[in-house]
Design a protein around this ligand. Structure first.
Ligand code: PNS
Length: 165
Protein backbone atom coordinates (compact mmCIF):
# COMPACT_ATOMS: atom_id res chain seq x y z
CA UNK A 1 0.00 0.00 0.00
CA UNK A 2 1.63 3.21 -1.18
CA UNK A 3 0.54 6.15 0.98
CA UNK A 4 1.52 9.74 0.29
CA UNK A 5 0.91 12.93 2.24
CA UNK A 6 0.14 16.27 0.61
CA UNK A 7 0.80 18.77 3.41
CA UNK A 8 -0.02 22.45 3.49
CA UNK A 9 -1.81 25.33 5.16
CA UNK A 10 -4.73 25.36 2.69
CA UNK A 11 -5.99 28.72 3.97
CA UNK A 12 -8.13 28.34 1.89
CA UNK A 13 -7.84 25.43 -0.55
CA UNK A 14 -7.36 26.75 -4.11
CA UNK A 15 -7.95 25.32 -7.59
CA UNK A 16 -4.18 24.81 -7.75
CA UNK A 17 -4.27 22.61 -4.63
CA UNK A 18 -7.22 20.67 -5.99
CA UNK A 19 -5.39 20.06 -9.26
CA UNK A 20 -2.39 18.62 -7.36
CA UNK A 21 -4.72 16.46 -5.22
CA UNK A 22 -6.49 15.03 -8.27
CA UNK A 23 -3.27 14.25 -10.09
CA UNK A 24 -1.33 12.83 -7.16
CA UNK A 25 -4.28 10.63 -6.09
CA UNK A 26 -3.76 8.81 -9.41
CA UNK A 27 -0.14 8.03 -8.52
CA UNK A 28 -0.63 6.39 -5.12
CA UNK A 29 -2.98 3.97 -3.36
CA UNK A 30 -3.89 6.46 -0.66
CA UNK A 31 -3.41 10.21 -0.46
CA UNK A 32 -3.66 11.96 2.88
CA UNK A 33 -4.12 15.72 2.66
CA UNK A 34 -2.43 17.01 5.83
CA UNK A 35 -3.61 20.40 7.05
CA UNK A 36 -1.06 22.11 9.27
CA UNK A 37 -2.48 23.21 12.60
CA UNK A 38 -0.07 26.01 13.32
CA UNK A 39 -1.01 28.31 16.17
CA UNK A 40 1.82 30.75 15.52
CA UNK A 41 0.33 31.84 12.17
CA UNK A 42 -3.04 33.55 12.36
CA UNK A 43 -4.99 31.85 9.61
CA UNK A 44 -8.19 33.17 8.04
CA UNK A 45 -9.89 29.80 8.60
CA UNK A 46 -9.60 27.58 11.66
CA UNK A 47 -8.00 24.21 11.12
CA UNK A 48 -11.42 22.51 11.40
CA UNK A 49 -12.89 24.82 8.77
CA UNK A 50 -9.95 24.12 6.44
CA UNK A 51 -10.26 20.36 6.97
CA UNK A 52 -14.02 20.47 6.35
CA UNK A 53 -13.69 22.51 3.15
CA UNK A 54 -11.06 20.08 1.86
CA UNK A 55 -13.27 17.09 2.76
CA UNK A 56 -16.13 18.64 0.82
CA UNK A 57 -14.14 19.39 -2.33
CA UNK A 58 -12.44 15.96 -2.37
CA UNK A 59 -15.46 13.84 -1.42
CA UNK A 60 -15.66 12.24 -4.88
CA UNK A 61 -12.02 11.11 -4.94
CA UNK A 62 -12.17 7.67 -3.31
CA UNK A 63 -8.55 7.32 -2.16
CA UNK A 64 -8.22 10.77 -0.56
CA UNK A 65 -8.49 11.43 3.16
CA UNK A 66 -8.13 14.78 4.91
CA UNK A 67 -6.53 15.12 8.35
CA UNK A 68 -4.94 17.86 10.40
CA UNK A 69 -1.51 17.60 11.95
CA UNK A 70 0.68 19.62 14.26
CA UNK A 71 4.38 19.34 14.89
CA UNK A 72 6.83 17.92 12.42
CA UNK A 73 5.69 16.59 9.07
CA UNK A 74 8.07 13.62 9.35
CA UNK A 75 6.35 12.56 12.61
CA UNK A 76 2.96 12.77 10.92
CA UNK A 77 4.26 10.56 8.10
CA UNK A 78 5.63 8.06 10.60
CA UNK A 79 2.22 7.81 12.34
CA UNK A 80 0.64 7.05 8.97
CA UNK A 81 3.42 4.72 7.85
CA UNK A 82 3.85 6.94 4.78
CA UNK A 83 7.13 7.60 2.98
CA UNK A 84 6.09 10.07 0.28
CA UNK A 85 5.46 13.80 0.49
CA UNK A 86 3.71 15.52 -2.41
CA UNK A 87 4.30 19.20 -3.11
CA UNK A 88 3.32 21.43 -6.01
CA UNK A 89 5.88 23.62 -7.75
CA UNK A 90 4.44 26.71 -9.37
CA UNK A 91 7.48 28.63 -10.53
CA UNK A 92 11.20 28.81 -9.93
CA UNK A 93 10.53 31.10 -6.97
CA UNK A 94 9.04 28.13 -5.08
CA UNK A 95 12.10 26.03 -5.65
CA UNK A 96 14.47 27.23 -2.94
CA UNK A 97 11.92 26.97 -0.14
CA UNK A 98 10.67 23.61 -1.37
CA UNK A 99 14.18 22.21 -1.71
CA UNK A 100 15.04 23.38 1.81
CA UNK A 101 11.92 21.70 3.22
CA UNK A 102 12.49 18.47 1.35
CA UNK A 103 16.19 18.35 2.33
CA UNK A 104 15.30 19.08 5.97
CA UNK A 105 12.71 16.33 5.97
CA UNK A 106 15.28 13.89 4.61
CA UNK A 107 17.82 14.95 7.23
CA UNK A 108 15.19 14.25 9.88
CA UNK A 109 14.14 10.96 8.29
CA UNK A 110 16.04 9.65 5.30
CA UNK A 111 13.36 7.15 4.39
CA UNK A 112 11.14 9.99 3.18
CA UNK A 113 11.08 11.33 -0.36
CA UNK A 114 9.29 14.35 -1.80
CA UNK A 115 7.63 14.19 -5.19
CA UNK A 116 7.14 17.57 -6.84
CA UNK A 117 4.35 18.05 -9.34
CA UNK A 118 4.38 21.10 -11.54
CA UNK A 119 1.13 22.99 -11.16
CA UNK A 120 -1.25 23.44 -14.02
CA UNK A 121 -0.10 26.55 -15.94
CA UNK A 122 -3.54 28.09 -15.39
CA UNK A 123 -2.81 28.19 -11.65
CA UNK A 124 0.89 28.91 -11.70
CA UNK A 125 0.51 32.32 -10.06
CA UNK A 126 -2.26 31.33 -7.70
CA UNK A 127 -1.81 31.10 -3.94
CA UNK A 128 -4.05 31.15 -0.87
CA UNK A 129 -2.63 34.56 0.06
CA UNK A 130 -3.59 35.97 -3.37
CA UNK A 131 -7.11 34.60 -2.86
CA UNK A 132 -7.36 36.25 0.57
CA UNK A 133 -6.07 39.57 -0.79
CA UNK A 134 -8.42 39.65 -3.81
CA UNK A 135 -11.42 38.62 -1.66
CA UNK A 136 -10.71 41.29 0.99
CA UNK A 137 -11.05 43.97 -1.68
CA UNK A 138 -14.18 42.40 -3.13
CA UNK A 139 -12.51 41.01 -6.28
CA UNK A 140 -13.74 37.96 -8.17
CA UNK A 141 -12.26 34.75 -6.75
CA UNK A 142 -14.58 32.37 -8.61
CA UNK A 143 -11.78 31.09 -10.85
CA UNK A 144 -9.36 30.68 -7.95
CA UNK A 145 -11.18 28.46 -5.45
CA UNK A 146 -13.64 25.57 -5.73
CA UNK A 147 -17.30 26.59 -5.96
CA UNK A 148 -18.15 25.40 -2.41
CA UNK A 149 -15.45 27.65 -0.94
CA UNK A 150 -16.23 31.00 -2.64
CA UNK A 151 -18.91 32.39 -0.32
CA UNK A 152 -17.06 31.21 2.80
CA UNK A 153 -13.99 33.23 1.85
CA UNK A 154 -16.04 36.39 1.25
CA UNK A 155 -17.88 35.85 4.50
CA UNK A 156 -14.60 35.51 6.45
CA UNK A 157 -13.30 38.66 4.78
CA UNK A 158 -16.46 40.56 5.72
CA UNK A 159 -17.40 41.15 2.08
CA UNK A 160 -21.05 41.05 1.06
CA UNK A 161 -21.21 38.47 -1.73
CA UNK A 162 -24.36 40.06 -3.11
CA UNK A 163 -22.34 43.18 -3.99
CA UNK A 164 -19.85 41.12 -6.01
CA UNK A 165 -22.37 39.36 -8.22
O1 PNS B 1 1.10 25.47 2.34
P1 PNS B 1 2.41 25.76 3.02
O2 PNS B 1 2.20 26.77 4.13
O3 PNS B 1 3.48 26.16 2.06
O4 PNS B 1 2.88 24.37 3.71
C1 PNS B 1 4.04 24.31 4.48
C2 PNS B 1 4.13 22.99 5.27
C3 PNS B 1 2.87 22.76 6.09
C4 PNS B 1 4.29 21.84 4.30
C5 PNS B 1 5.39 23.07 6.18
O5 PNS B 1 5.37 24.27 6.88
C6 PNS B 1 5.48 21.93 7.17
O6 PNS B 1 5.69 20.79 6.81
N1 PNS B 1 5.34 22.26 8.47
C7 PNS B 1 5.41 21.28 9.55
C8 PNS B 1 6.65 21.52 10.39
C9 PNS B 1 7.87 20.80 9.82
O7 PNS B 1 7.88 19.60 9.66
N2 PNS B 1 8.94 21.58 9.53
C10 PNS B 1 10.17 20.99 9.03
C11 PNS B 1 10.28 21.02 7.53
S1 PNS B 1 10.95 22.56 7.05
Amino acid sequence: MRTAVYPGSFDPVTMGHLDIINRSALLVDKLIVGVLNNNSKSPLFSVNERVNMLKEVTKDIPNVEVMSFSGLLVDFLKELDAKIVIRGLRAVTDFEYELQMSQTNRLLDNSIDTIFLNTNLKYSYLSSSVVREVARYGGDISKFVPEQVISRVYEKCGVNKEIIR
